[in-house]
Design a protein around this ligand. Structure first.
Ligand code: F0G
Length: 467
């Protein structure tokens, strides 16, 4: 019997609930070519051309394969400037699965983050959240807010096997409210799963406790819904009382404890572009709907084509099916298991969308300001053409007040798995490359930053090897 992850009674418990109808060739390059390409890209995997990449694990954002139903939906795009039928399909899907009353579409997640931050944050207010995300925090700061991390301590420890490392620490949040007063809190920002912590989930018990605390003080609770379907899977597998509930039901219940959410549709929704912000309050909706016409487009398309909204509405329905999400996370866990079996240091437990390699454990000899995770991403690319990304000190950026690097505890390199794109054999190729780089870890040398953009520096920064 094959050794597979998630075996039940000797039988394989999951496989992809689809077959492949169309294929896209991959480009396999030589080491010499990769050396040239990486140098030209300033040792930043974001600056590589995709033609120079073999297996692309840069992100799971906008990289999903759409289904034949979604492609058929694209042909039904109603490209009217106002009142497109596709908008109403999308609105219906968000109401049905995510529970919210009002929908404002945006071109992608950060468009939605911009709108909600501008509408709900006043200069000097605090936004507590369960670990920062790059674009989320920047929009909160640009609206005059200050992000404060209130995630549980276990989230910052790569080896903690806490089943819900994305949880908010209720005591930390309570303390923050006590110190500053509820008026000073713009809203609580809760993401499930937590990207920067390794795709770690939040429990239903935790969101209920956060909601109760928010209600007590009259504070709003908004969700980053980007990977909430994945979060629902962890609740189903790990939380008492949810084993027999469908992903759909868990997702709806989770959202029902919040006042609204923003969404990067490019992840869970199985589309290549799009996002939204959705709320229950009529007045907040009015403000969002007014602002969307300034930055994104009319409130019935918000930066998306009609066809994109149709594909998204169909993608939402596909994404909440138990079989889909079992296979999606099953594949991520398969890769994680291979690496764990070989003793390679990764964030545990494996999260929903990616494997996060612990760069500090790979390269204890490289100081954090010589960018160990950036170095690791570069070395894996050089080894095999597999492209991942840095999620450590470069991503954390600088403190806006002091101008110093922020030194996050987690110095990680992310191998992000696109949905419905690669096969199990690809996972094995990836694991072999990571092992080869791990075996050669002592020879690795760090990097220095030679160009640093002002905002979200990880996207465009350039590096050179230290001499
Ligand atoms: N929130 C989370 C948790 C995200 O992971 C992202 C994007 C966003 C918001 C912003 O959405 O990209 O549509 O504007 N994450 C991508 C990633 C870029 O690779 O993790 P967006």
């Amino acid at each position: 019997m094959l050794k597979t992850i998630g075996q039940q009674q000797g039988r394989r418990s999951w496989a992809e609930p689809w077959k492949i109808k169309m294929v896209e060739p991959l480009s396999i390059t030589s080491r010499k070519k990769r050396e040239k390409a990486l140098k030209k890209a300033g040792y930043n995997t974001f600056l590589l051309k995709s033609k120079d990449v073999y297996i692309d694990l840069l992100t799971d954002s906008g990289t999903s394969a759409m289904s034949d139903r979604q492609w058929a939906g694209m042909m039904l795009g109603d490209e009217s400037y106002a009142g497109s039928i596709n908008f109403y399909h999308l609105e219906k899907a968000v109401r049905k699965y995510y529970s919210y009353k009002h929908l404002v579409p945006t071109h992608q997640g950060r468009g939605a983050e911009h709108l909600i931050s501008q509408v709900q944050i006043k200069e000097g207010q605090i936004v507590p959240g369960n670990m920062y995300f790059t674009t989320t925090r920047l929009h909160q700061e640009m609206a005059g807010g200050k992000f404060v991390d209130v995630i549980i301590d276990e989230a910052h420890n790569v080896n903690s096997d806490h089943p819900f490392k994305g949880n908010i620490d209720i005591e930390k949040l309570e303390q923050l409210i006590e110190t500053h007063g509820a008026d000073k809190i713009a809203y609580v920002s809760l993401a499930g799963t937590v990207n920067m912590a390794g795709g770690q989930p939040v429990s239903m018990e935790n969101i209920k406790a956060v909601k109760a605390l928010c209600d007590k003080h009259g504070i709003l609770l908004y969700l980053d819904a980007t990977r909430l379907v994945e979060n629902a899977w962890f609740i189903q597998k790990r939380e008492d009382g949810y084993q027999d509930k469908s992903i759909k039901k868990i997702l709806f219940e989770f959202c029902s404890y919040s006042d609204g959410a923003w969404m990067s549709g490019k992840k869970d929704h199985l589309v290549n572009i799009g996002g939204w912000v959705a709320v229950n309050d009529d007045k907040v909706f009015d403000k969002l709907r007014n602002l969307v016409v300034v930055y994104e487009g009319l409130h019935t398309y918000g930066g998306m084509a009609g066809r994109d909204m149709e594909a998204m509405a169909i993608g939402i329905k596909e994404s909440v099916k138990d079989k889909h999400i079992n296979a999606r996370i099953g594949q991520v866990r398969y890769l994680g298991q291979l690496l764990e079996d070989w003793g390679i240091p990764i964030v545990k437990p494996v999260g929903g969308h990616a494997i996060f390699l612990d760069a500090k454990a790979f390269y204890p000899h490289i100081p954090q300001d010589q960018f160990p995770a950036q170095t690791l991403a570069a070395n894996i690319y050089l080894d095999s053409g597999v492209r991942g990304m840095e999620r450590g000190i470069v991503s954390a950026g600088r403190d806006p007040k002091t101008g110093d690097h922020r030194y996050p505890k987690l110095e990680l390199m992310r191998l992000t798995i696109p949905r419905r794109v690669y096969t199990e054999a690809h996972m094995e190729v990836i694991a072999e490359s990571v092992k080869a780089v791990y075996d050669a870890r002592e020879e690795a040398r760090g990097l220095k930053m030679v160009y640093e953009p002002e905002y979200l520096r990880f996207f465009q920064a350039r590096f050179e090897p230290v001499s």
